[in-house]
Design a protein around this ligand. Structure first.
Ligand code: GLN
Length: 565
């Protein structure tokens, strides 16, 4: 135990320290990499951190990522995806920032609430503790209490995962008010854990104005100065830029920041984010970090080869398909990040690249308009959504896809809309609707609090991983090759059990159900080449080297030569 640690670990209220340390915690056992942003946001800090964490993981280390978001929302559930990107749902039901999706995809490991901390969650934890009198009569202060709780969170994660390395991504950039207390906590963490146990990585940005035609380091210098001013000495500096960082500019940054040249690395724009691990590997970045922290990272030729094979197929597709995607936020790709990634993974598995045609459904009023929108697509997805806008247009597109044998994948809201389309046009329930959209309808899709109560959810959103029982002999069974799977949900409404028999009688097959309750989770139409709807979000469990089976089957159907014949 280092000296600093012994002194701070005092438990009385008679001193200025407040560093709650979980029982059994040994400083130095788990090391920390902390990634800070400078100059501006939007540099792909999450992608950079994930790629570096992956290299460390491939090198044999147990890695646990954690993302800190400074905003005061308790989680991402109430954030508008149009402004903030998609809400990524974890298996335990945590509604998190889309960066957690990047970590899950790169590291191929499920994360949980312990991997995500927002300012809102932090403060609500603190206020709860305060109400319970846990601060021993002290005035609760940003330092040491807020910073102390942040350190506790990090150390609890280290112990929970038995991690060699906790990878901390500090959201925002140095200089923001929102993350200042968090950066301060990281300064304290480095001091307490002792030299060589915390590696600070600063991500920065090189300006390259066209009128100058050269890279300039001034903004980067100022950003790093802001970090230094907060007591954070970076050990590694990663320079984001359009073109590869020049030697000259790296030298300049090295001079101004006390970081040796070999630890100032360039990370320029690449054709694909999946190329970043290779770029970092070539720069030897993971080795520098490991060296600094006293680890050795092993070579892992198998992992590299698998990754390269994936990359080769991604960058050199044999064919191209177009998938139509309906949606409200058609202007912002980030709000559908996981779906786009899942299509990419599935595309690699089928040897094709997937082009997206965005379909704004508010203007689609009839069959003709749907035909026009879908005339050049190989498949169509109706993704998750909330609210009425564009829903009738979605139903028109689904009807067209069903009647014209166009592969269809309905995700959550897209599952519900497929049920309504079938109820109206095949079962003849002309007023079939969802009570989410219309109170004056036949409630084929409805909110069923009694069912939620069985699952202990009350009237809340059904969130997170749940088991799905799959009927044998169905397409879903063939696709998954299993009778039980676990997928992630995020919905409030569902198929009203009163209508199930009628829908089934008319030919709709509910091939995936809740193991005990009448909650319909997968639907399919046996006579259609590929018409599948799922109440869950298979995009949250798709990984580059392990595409989700449903996406894989959908893309395979959309790219099948038979379909085009
Ligand atoms: N709005 C629908 C519900 O709450 C669908 C949700 C979704 O697509 N994620 O059930």
């Amino acid at each position: 135990m280092n000296e600093v640690f012994t002194s701070i670990a005092k438990k009385s209220d008679e001193h200025e320290f407040y560093t709650p340390v979980p029982d059994g915690y040994k400083p130095g056992k788990t090391k920390y990499v902390v990634v800070f942003g400078t100059v501006m946001s939007g540099l792909g800090k999450g992608i950079f951190s994930s790629a570096l964490a992956k290299l460390m993981q491939d090198g044999g280390l147990v890695v646990a990522p954690v993302k800190f978001d400074g905003y005061l929302n308790v989680d991402a559930g109430t954030l508008n995806p149009y402004r903030h990107g998609e809400v990524f749902v974890l298996d335990d039901g945590t509604e998190s920032d889309m960066d957690l999706g990047t970590y899950e995809r790169f590291l191929d490991c499920p994360l949980s609430k312990e991997n995500y901390l927002t300012g809102g969650k932090l403060f609500s934890m603190i206020l709860n503790r305060e109400r319970k009198g846990k601060y021993l009569g002290r005035d609760v202060q940003f330092i040491p209490h807020v910073t102390g709780e942040i350190k506790r969170f990090m150390r609890e994660l280290a112990m929970l995962r038995n991690a060699d390395l906790v990878f901390i991504e500090v959201g925002g950039t140095a200089g923001d008010i929102e993350n200042a207390y968090f950066i301060e906590a990281m300064r304290e963490l480095a001091y307490e854990e002792g030299p060589g146990n915390v590696c600070n990585v600063a991500l920065t940005y090189l300006l390259e104005p066209q009128f100058l035609g050269e890279q300039k380091s001034k903004a980067a210098q100022l950003g790093i100065k802001a970090l230094l001013g907060m007591g954070i000495q970076p050990h590694i500096i990663a320079c984001r830029s359009t073109n590869p960082a020049t030697e000259k500019v790296r030298e300049k940054i090295s001079v101004f920041s006390n970081v040796p040249m070999e630890r100032v690395v360039g990370v320029h724009d690449m054709d694909s984010v999946y190329l970043i691990p290779d770029l970092l590997e070539q720069a030897g970045l993971h080795r520098r970090v490991a060296e600094f922290l006293g680890f050795t990272v092993k070579d892992n030729p198998i992992a590299r080869a698998q990754w390269h094979e994936f990359m080769a197929s991604l960058l050199h597709p044999k064919k191209k398909i177009t998938i139509g995607m309906t949606g409200k936020y058609t202007g912002l790709r980030d709000s559908y990040a996981s779906i786009l990634k899942s299509l990419e993974h599935a595309g690699v598995a089928s040897g094709c690249s997937v082009n997206i045609k965005w379909i704004e459904t508010t203007a689609i009023k009839d069959d003709q308009a749907a035909a026009e929108a879908l005339k050049d697509v190989d498949g169509i997805i109706v993704p998750g959504g909330f609210g009425k806008r564009g829903s009738e247009g979605k139903i028109a597109c689904i009807q067209y896809a069903r009647e014209h044998n166009i592969p269809y994948l309905g995700l959550c809201f897209g599952f519900q809309m497929a049920v309504l389309e079938y109820a109206r046009h095949v079962c003849g329930i002309s007023k079939a609707g969802s009570t989410e959209l219309d109170t004056d309808c036949e409630p084929v899709i409805d909110i069923l609090p009694e069912q939620k109560k069985i699952e202990g959810l009350g009237g809340n959103m059904r969130l997170g991983g749940r088991d799905v029982e799959i009927k044998s002999g169905t397409k879903a069974h063939a696709i998954y090759g299993a009778s039980h799977v676990r997928e992630r949900f995020r919905h409030r409404y569902e198929v009203n059990p009163d209508y199930i028999a009628q829908l089934e009688k008319a030919g709709m097959v509910f091939s995936g159900k809740h193991p005990e309750h009448p909650i319909m989770q997968i639907l399919e139409l046996p006579k259609h080449p590929f018409f599948v709807g799922v109440q869950f979000h298979p995009e949250f469990t798709s990984r580059p080297l392990r595409p989700n089976p449903l996406y894989k089957a959908f893309v395979a159907a959309a790219s099948s030569p038979d379909r085009r014949a």
